[in-house]
Design a protein around this ligand. Sequence first.
Ligand code: PMP
Ligand code: GLN
Length: 384
Amino acid sequence: ANSLLSGLPTTIFSVISALAVKHDAINLGQGFPDTEGPADMVDAAADALRDGRNQYPPLAGLPELRAAVARSNSRFYGIAVDPAREVVVTCGATEAITASLMALVNRGDEVVVFEPLYDTYMPVLDMLGAVVRKVRLTPPHWDLPRAELAAAFGPRTKAILLNTPMNPTGKVFTRDELEFIAGLVARHDAYAVCDEVYEHLTFGAIAHLPLMTLPGMRERTIRIGSAGKSFSMTGWKVGYVTAPAPLADLVMKAHQLLTFTVAPNLQRAVAMGLDKDTAYFHQLAEGMRGARDRLSDGLSRAGLSVLPSDGSYFLIADIAPLGFAGDDVAFCQQMIRHVGVAAIPVSAFYDSRGTDIPARYVRFAFCKKAEVIAGAVKRLQSVR
Ligand code: PMP
Ligand code: GLN
């Protein structure tokens, strides 16, 4: 059948993972940890199943999880949240993003996004009939082109979709950048959808700052988190939305259409996880920082030019200095086949209808065990 989805390719993450399996490559492509999340959360989920938590939970999520999301907002960012009216639990951040855009966007509304962008943003905006205003961050430091961003806002702007800490760049937006964005959102009476799935994965002195905490943004922002990322269990697909009540209400209506509810045992376990002491979240980030350093050092030793990453599961390498005759897609294919290491071409994070898409960047995931990273580095070094 010919439909809006006919032209949508299979996600690059599945394509690369399948290729990695076929060629027995070490998979530093799709971002998922290769260690289990907290055992007490697994136990809590298993116990909840046996306790008979197996029927439809409430539409907006289990009250205990919504209360935990509210407490987490307060503890980490000083955001006061009414759990009964301002939190919606979704099937991962993926659903939260779609539901939030459904909540806000009417056909013809303009939505501002940054490129590179996560792969679900563009197709969902297309399906909603949004007019997408893309603003490219400037490599290698993924700087904000402020004049261009200001020019992308106008009288028809409905929202900006912002991802920080950012996939695939590892950029963490600074307070100054966020203040600039907040100024534009307020001036144009727009909204912000903030994909903050890597909120607890920033490194060293770098801290995540939710746009929602800036003056004037509390009533205009939908903030999205993911238990998959905060607890290293990406298969669980439990996400949470924090938004002012009128927006949360609309997100809940979208959720009602999309999936209706989320597995109650997992919700219960995530509620427990969100209440973990601050040391847990600190160790999560510290462990990931170590992995970033290991991969960054190893790739540098293997001759790649590594760009800085301040957060997320990812870093980007610039392949141009290698003198490879081909683009990032060809590079990744050859690396899987001939070196046995899988990574993601960054061009996949650009709207394919665009022109002058950068073709010299490759994304590596470092959310992997030390020995896995060492193995990948060894393979890469052997081809120097
Ligand atoms: N947004 C970004 C930026 C991501 O990297 C991911 C996951 N990889 C998601 C959303 C989706 O998160 P979830 O698995 O909770 O649906
Ligand atoms: N978000 C993960 C990544 O960027 C993958 C999610 C997916 O496979 N859809 O690698």
